[in-house]
Design a protein around this ligand. Sequence first.
Ligand code: AMP
Ligand code: MG
Length: 409
Amino acid sequence: MIAIHEAQKVVLDACEVLAPVATSCEQMSGRVLAQDVVAPENVPPFANSAVDGYAVRTADTQTVPTELVVVDTVAAGAEPKIAVGDGQAIRIMTGAPMPKGADAVVMVEDTQRVGDDRVSIGKAAKLKDAIRDAGSDVNKGDTVFVAGTVLNAAGAGVLASVNARTVRAYPQARVALLSTGDELVTDGSPLKIGQIRESNLTMLDAMIAASGCEVINLGIIKDDEALLERVLLEVIERCDAIVTSGGVSMGDFDVVKAVLSRIAKMQWMQLAIKPAKPFAFGQLQASDGRVVPIFGLPGNPVSSMISYELLARPALRKMMGHTRDLLRPTVKAVLDAPIKRKQDGKVHYVRVFGAFESDGRLHVRDTGPQGSHQLASTALANGLAYVPDGMGIEADAEVDVYVIGNLLG
Ligand code: AMP
Ligand code: MG
């Protein structure tokens, strides 16, 4: 058996970062930049009003209330045609360019209209009040993001704001997904003896997509070696990685094992963890020479889920240009109910649900049955408690939790 950390290292070392491609800013949320982004222009491009109100000369508002003559109105998107002179104001909307002559804006709430063309200013303005200067968000020539930055939705918006409509970024990995097993049913038909409804394909499709990848879902493949080999050799030409579920253990019909042993360079691992002991990692060469990694996950649904989380997801993220955040965070939590286990040479990943409580600490407890087929209790978990080999962990003790879901509800 090998330690999970060693297996993670083997897999990460073997997976290469994909070549950057030109990417539109609309696609950039969740993606990693492969270039620095330097702003070619100021944001905002011109000084403008932060509020709806009146552009004024501060000198005119020092004794309040005071009445000014309203000489014009400027809307967002319009060009101011005249300057504000002594004793004058210009009605101005949020985002509209500042007219010449004005050095502050008084918000409409601090004013009162007087007749058709005058306004009473109720509050003295200070220099630059409610003016957003040109470049006050981003200055022309500023490096807004360095290569390697993982952009969020706001980051994609920033690219648009500096007119970086297309940037070089690491691509989404195209991940081919298949599940094997003659017992698996997906079409809603009544189950015959021995059949079960599949869950892994559905689960892994969502997990791969949530990892930022594009999923090529090949569906359920029968336990038929020739068929599986054909499917793999075809998809290898149009994907960056392959995830399979099932058929990698020691059974007579473990076709994934049989086929991959023939066509790929494989490492059959026995991980010192529970669940998810069997795991296969391999590399298959496409006709253009690309080496495509293969993650052979076990068929038991919980094992499939955990080995995807611990081994496939970090590697796929590396391929997509992530560096610092390959693994999810591990945090300390208080264990509210004891976790009992027996010594077996393995680390147990116990599915837990955690929430922050009034003492400011994260409290966790297990979500129920922990068998490797019991996906229903796993689905309630937002963490995997790391329970080292031994007899378990007492209540109120501290436990390390690998965060797999939302801790904040
Ligand atoms: P295997 O790894 O193929 O030996 O499968 C191990 C166990 O996982 C068996 O009980 C299978 O029926 C079950 N299994 C395999 N694939 C799936 C799937 N896609 N959905 C649900 N259960 C599965
Ligand atoms: Mg099987």
